[in-house]
Design a binder for this molecule. Sequence first.
Ligand code: CA
Length: 232
Amino acid sequence: MPHLLIVEDDELLRDGLCAQLVHAGHTVSSAIDGAQAQAMLESSRFDAVVLDLGLPVVDGVTVLHWIRQRLAALPVLILTARDGVDDRVQGLNAGADDYLTKPFNMAELLARLQSMLRRSRMPAFGGTLEVQSTAAKRLRLDPTLPLGWLDDEPMELTQREWSLLSLLVNNLGQVVGREDVLAVWQSEPTEGSSGSNALEVYVHRLRRKLQDSGLNIRNVRGLGYMLEMVSP
Ligand code: CA
């Protein structure tokens, strides 16, 4: 059973969430503020966290930064207020895997949690790439939106850069054929010309964005491209 940590200061919402998640077959613990959440994360192992951003004592964004420094791969879904667009952006930039806006539908929360847990069990799939080399920065890609992060720094990615990088991440250490990339691009909204020349341009741009990250896109002549870790 996945062990979930619910961090929510609103007692009614917290109790409701816990009851529903237990009913759905999860093991659930809860914290009423950011400091309690940190203490629990230090003493127990969790499979995912549902984190309210507006929390007393230590706020949600601070807790999220703290989680990302210690438990890089732990999936975190943030809960934000309806008008909290800035919060949501700040939360995603701080490394949240997903978010829901309050008030939310319980069925949707369950579905998002399921998909987050599923992704986290698949290495190098759905965005989270854990880089082993100490020289490498941690690269993460949003599974559905053209967003990426190197450590906690947001990477600016166009739709095409993101789909190319996602393909490379999902095939870390293996060659991705030019035709595979072009096939993915053709299924997406256009962003200038496609074709082999365009592919080289995008690879060049991504190399620049990955500079000093410990990751490199290698050109495998005649075959395609491969994402690899480089030694310091
Ligand atoms: Ca709150």
